[in-house]
Design a binder for this molecule. Structure first.
Ligand code: PGA
Length: 247
């Protein structure tokens, strides 16, 4: 039985004071006994979030890493830096990084491998635009994104990786995929993982849905057989996030 994983993607929101306030509001009302709960915070809040969540079961994630170990990469942060302060997750290849910062599937793959090298679990984002959905290429596209992201990743590293299916048309739009639409693509991702590796790994790998998840729709989405939780943007910045997690 796969354990659900629900991650809040704070994006570029909350200064340290606001972050502390949000964490203190959420931490006691979130029940992380039955699923993994992760707060993906801006880099400036990583350390304070770790400290504020100390003693809880909630983990902290970064929203990006660089694929090199260190060096002349102004503005970047490395997997080893995250590892050194106990960060266990990182979001990789979010559609906003792909769209605004030119992240390609190849770059995503390099970052995935670097995160895994440092024992950091990548939450790998894949998903189609509205035009691509209308063209009927969603499944082909997501299969390809998944294949490239996992290229050269070992069986055991794949098993512990997380994939987030995030249709771009549903992100921040309030237009959520129907449970059937989300399930169809998450099931297709699981099938391609099985083709690359085997059924056993595909069965263990956790696949999230993301895109306008909120307290009202979480239960229906997370109850689908191939949806193992969610990556939550807007609703993770509100007290409502506790209801998403305790759906
Ligand atoms: P949203 O964002 O929940 O605000 O749609 C999801 C995401 O971008 O991960």
């Amino acid at each position: 039985m796969r354990r659900k994983i629900i991650a809040g993607n704070w994006k570029m929101n909350k200064n340290p004071n606001e972050a502390l306030e949000l964490i203190n509001t959420l931490k006691d009302s979130i029940n992380a006994d039955n699923c993994d709960v992760v707060f993906a915070v801006p880099h400036i809040n990583l350390l304070l979030a770790k400290e504020a969540l100390n003693g809880t079961k909630i983990e902290v994630a970064a929203q990006n890493i660089h694929f090199e170990n260190d060096g002349a990469y102004t503005g970047e942060i490395s997997a080893s830096m995250l590892k050194s302060v106990g960060i266990k997750y990182v979001i990789i290849g979010h559609s906003e990084r792909r769209e605004y910062f030119g992240e390609t599937d190849i770059i995503v793959n390099k970052k995935v491998k670097k995160a895994l090298e440092y024992d950091i679990t990548p939450i790998i984002c894949v998903g189609e635009t509205l035009i691509q959905r209308e063209q009927g290429i969603t499944i082909d596209l997501v299969r390809l994104q998944t294949r490239i992201a996992l290229d050269g990743v070992s069986n055991e590293d794949a098993r512990r990786s997380v994939i987030a299916y995030e249709p771009i048309w549903a992100i921040g739009t309030g237009r959520v995929a129907t449970p059937d639409q989300a399930e169809e693509v998450c099931a297709a991702i699981r099938r391609v993982v099985s083709e690359i590796y085997n059924d056993d790994i595909a069965c263990d790998m956790r696949i999230q849905y993301g895109g306008s998840v909120n307290a009202a729709n979480a239960k229906e989405l997370f109850s689908m057989p191939n949806i193992d939780g969610g990556l939550v943007g807007g609703a993770s910045l509100k007290p409502e996030f506790a209801n998403v997690v305790n759906y």
